[in-house]
Design a protein around this ligand. Sequence first.
Ligand code: OSB
Ligand code: MG
Length: 421
Amino acid sequence: MLVYDSGIAQLVEHLTVNQGVVSSSLTTGVVGGYHLSVVSFFVFRKGFGMELQIVQARLWALKMPLLHPFASSEGTVATKDALLLELTDQSGRRGFGECSAFATPFYTAEFQAGAAAFLQHLVLPRVVGHGYHHPDDFDQQVANWQGNQMAKAAVNCALWDLYAQRQNQPLAKALGGERAAAEAGISLGIQASPAALVEKVAQAVAAGYRRVKVKIKPGHDLADLRAVRAAFPTLMLMADANSAYQLTDAAHLRQLDELRLTMLEQPLAPGDLIEHAALQAQLQTPLCLDESITTLADAQAMVQLQAGKVINLKVARVGGLSAAKQILAFAQQAQLDCWVGGMLDSGVARAASLALATLPGITLPNDLSASTRFYATDIIDPPLTLQGSQMLVPAAAGLGVEINWPYFAQVATLLGDFTMN
Ligand code: OSB
Ligand code: MG
């Protein structure tokens, strides 16, 4: 009983960190179960007494060559540009987070050089030397800075990696995930012909993927999807337009209804929630929003306006795992379907997305594919692989993946190294 208040936090931290023991020994040995479970909930939720102190931050620019150029309605990517952030805590643990902003702002407003400047000049000098009880604290710290979600996501994810490592738990568990694996899915770029696309789909299905997403744009839509549907009558098939259409294309898009697509992703411009609602009212095919959803408020407006039925939830686009968890909880209570999207991710971002995909509320297969879908070599070792139609969550604590430093050195350039003075 004497350990209450000031002593309890140190005691629980001691037990948690050093022995992996939490409430059970204390519950029976020291205090009554009910009172203690309240105390230990508080300790874990807030991390009281378990402050993470960041002592170093290193930021690299990554240039990873794709196996094949990836074409969407917004443009073609042949090399994946990204930033990798490493945060070191006071115990010498290292956490990793990826900033997925592309070289140019074709997908959302963020771009790699802008994100790097935001992190180097504004964010990282404030992160190094700072203490965090929980990764959510970082979101509070930068709440007054608008946008810049992908840059913020790098920090939030690196903190989650550290936070889970300190709890000696896989990240998926620390986030509240309940599944040991997540349903994979593949996103196929625009191909030269319907026949070429059907060949790509056949390869994907042979590799184990049970849900196939096809990029479309005007001139590369109906004929391509009809060819795939004819060859694969029962495949879980969907299309992603990356904002290539306008509401005046509604009659054209209505022809997609005959193809029984699982959904049509982001047909209209990101800000066009009202137009998406008008389009959804004319289509049987469920609409999924990607670019439109960058905040919880966007998801709330989507529901209010009935602008679609599904959210593609991307860690990068919404500003990290904390924000993604919030949006997922909202989607769940609003009965929206939700799945986890990707950004041609390296293994670091892929592992974070995989962890998110284990949460309740993820109701559909994800854009989660094997490392070798896009890259001959990944910056993690071993790479993430497909097991049947699923991706298994790594068992190790935190992100659960190791950086392949020799390969990393070939594709990374150090931009900044921040230490406490
Ligand atoms: O719209 O979902 C998208 C890749 C880059 C940018 C936008 C998108 C995509 C993809 C690929 O569709 C998803 C993946 O990484 O598997
Ligand atoms: Mg998309």
